[in-house]
Design a protein around this ligand. Structure first.
Ligand code: ADP
Ligand code: MG
Length: 584
């Protein structure tokens, strides 16, 4: 807070009436969020968080902020008592993170709370205990200036709410996430987190947002990030960093949105950010990055939701469009290319006896010097025609390939373009999944990998499972890990860089405590590595094999495991329109 500290006072009934009502404390992460905000409002430059048992038995938040005068400690624990908001008019332009005067009271009512604070030049700290909201006698203790709030046995007196908590590792991950979000919103503050004696986070005060992003989002993000900036006199300004398309997530949890220093979530604004990436990201993928909005506080309503996570914006559609354009121009670094959509082709399985793909003689000549390959035909053109005649599907004839990447094929009267990597990747992927177990390749030289905090937490939590899939890993201490073995299949191995990427995906999975999806993700990664790449010179025979593989899949795929299309069809009608034959 700027200016001299005001004393804590009870809010008047009219203001209380206008404050969004509801439950503030749902889980350990919401306790940490409130206590962290209090520390920031008190001007702290360093905040330390300790958990035991995922926060279920202990949450302790200590800061070096301005503290609370001894005489005001009981008021701090009272409902609707605050030193931030003064009257209802203050609600229209909230400049502090807190304003409702409810958090400490709410936490105290459902736990055993200890508030210990040393204010200004007081020579010692004063404390107060509360159990289920009942205050104990005051006491003194020694402490550096600042405040410590300890919250033990959360929900001990409300067993119904305790039942809604998830496992300790899951709650711990939520706390980690909350602190990272808070840090990315106000990264001039140093934050650390330890759980059951293990340090999970150590985020130093950052000079700027780029540095903060590097600490939280890790080296992968840092390597591909681009900057977003915009300014608009009436509206305010925005700044952010986003990963280029090479780094993306399967969920929207990788986008950190902050408004005037407050982490918030907003569907319309998140959608605007996603829209900025358009088809630069596969349809199933979400961007990763941080966006700070600096808006006139009278145009943002924070008093919408009890946890202050959701906010309302004045002229939201225009704001969203402004954001979309700013992120887009950061991404493309220039004007947008014209939009052109095509439908991905679906490779429905064909009966084995009828499936036929004819590499044309041109393809063979063009692509390979091996005589055997030159004559490669999986079937005769006559057979192709018979497929079409029976109406199963039009024959597919490969005509050639462009730039060792795109294959050109004729399918009935249409033109089909295929991506050789996506096609091959999908075939490998399905083969891997059909083969129930991945093997493991031990590395001769162990590889060191650096993990972002969230990834490291998932790795610790899922160590046994990761090993069962083939990742032989071991913490080295700090952010460094040893990789001693990697998943493999038919002699093909996932690259070491896949490990942090997989962990990020896993952290996003929503339910990291169940094994869902890890096998698929590992398979996708091995497949990606094993597949034919863009730029690989392959012969007609192999093209035919890949195509046959695609058409034999029961899943009728349209995309590679990462969601990029395998092929697009340019229908004859479209070609006709291009050539001015639309009346034909
Ligand atoms: P609010 O933050 O909405 O004012 P809280 O219940 O979170 O309500 O806190 C009540 C009051 O206690 C705050 O207004 C503030 O004066 C004081 N307080 C709480 N935590 C701290 C802290 N870490 N440092 C200094 N003062 C604090
Ligand atoms: Mg507060």
């Amino acid at each position: 807070m700027s200016g001299p500290r005001r004393p804590i006072h009870r809010l008047d009934p009219e203001t209380i009436e206008r404050i969004a009502a509801g439950e503030v404390v749902e889980r350990p992460a919401s306790v940490v969020k409130e206590l962290f905000e209090n520390a920031l409002d008190a001007g702290a430059t360093s905040v330390s968080v300790r958990l035991a048992d995922g926060g279920l038995s202990l949450i302790e938040v200590a800061d070096n902020g301005g503290g609370i005068p001894a005489a005001e400690l009981p008021l701090a624990l009272e409902r609707h008592a605050t030193n931030k908001l003064s009257g209802p008019e203050g609600l229209s332009a909230i400049a502090t993170l807190g304003f409702r005067g409810e958090a400490l009271a709410a936490i105290a009512s459902v736990s055993r709370l200890r508030l210990l604070s040393r204010y200004g030049d007081e020579s010692e700290a004063h404390g107060l205990d509360a159990s289920a909201g009942q205050l104990g006698p005051p006491f003194t203790a020694s402490r550096a200036p600042g405040t410590t709030v300890g919250c033990e046995s959360l929900f001990f007196n409300t067993p119904a709410r305790r039942k809604f908590l998830r496992s300790a590792p899951r709650e711990r991950l939520e706390v980690l996430d909350t602190l990272q979000r808070a840090y990315l919103a106000s990264s001039a503050v140093a934050v650390d987190l330890s759980a059951d004696g293990v340090e999970l986070l150590r985020l130093p005060a950052s000079r700027d947002l780029a540095e903060a992003c590097a600490h939280v989002l890790g080296p992968e993000f840092d390597a591909v990030k681009f900057e977003v900036r915009a300014e608009d006199g009436a509206r305010g300004s925005l700044e952010g960093w986003f990963a280029g398309p090479a780094v993306s997530r399967s969920s929207g949890r990788g986008v950190y949105l902050c408004v005037n220093g407050r982490p918030v979530s907003s569907r319309p604004l998140a959608q605007a950010i996603r829209a900025a990436f358009g088809d630069r990201l596969p349809r199933t993928r979400q961007p990763v990055g941080v966006l700070h909005l600096h808006l006139d506080p009278t145009r943002v309503d924070v008093n919408v939701h009890p946890s202050k996570r959701e906010v309302r914006f004045e002229r939201e559609p225009e704001l969203a469009e402004w954001i979309r354009r700013a992120v887009r121009s950061g991404l493309v670094g220039g004007p947008e290319p014209a939009h052109d959509t095509v439908e991905p082709e679906r490779f429905a399985p064909v009966p084995r006896t009828l499936g036929s793909f004819t590499p044309s003689s041109t393809t063979a000549r063009h692509r390979s010097s091996a005589p055997a390959a030159r004559q490669a035909r999986l079937d005769s053109p006559r057979a192709n025609r018979s497929v079409a005649a029976e109406g199963t599907r039009p024959a597919l004839t490969l005509l050639g390939s462009v730039d060792r990447l795109y294959w050109v094929a004729e399918s009935g009267a249409d033109l089909l373009l295929l991506d050789q990597h996506a096609a091959s990747e999908r075939v490998w992927y399905e083969a891997l999944l059909a083969h129930s177990r991945l093997g493991q390749q031990r590395l001769v030289q162990p590889v060191r990998v650096r993990l972002a905090p969230r990834e490291a937490e998932v790795a610790r939590e899922r160590l046994e499972y990761l090993r069962s899939v083939g990742f032989e890993v071991e913490p080295m201490g700090g952010a460094e890990w040893w990789l001693r073995g990697l998943p493999s299949f038919r002699g093909r191995t996932a690259p070491a860089e896949e490990f942090p990427r997989l962990l990020a995906e896993l952290a996003d999975g929503g339910r990291p405590s169940v094994p869902d999806g890890l096998v698929e993700r590992t398979a996708a990664s091995v497949a990606c590595h094993a597949a034919v790449r863009a730029g690989d010179r392959i012969d007609a025979e192999e093209m035919g094999r890949i195509l046959a593989g695609l058409y034999a899949l029961p899943s009728a795929p349209t995309s590679c495991p990462h969601g990029r299309p395998i092929a697009v069809r340019l229908p004859r009608g479209r070609l006709d329109r291009w050539f001015g034959r639309s009346s034909v």
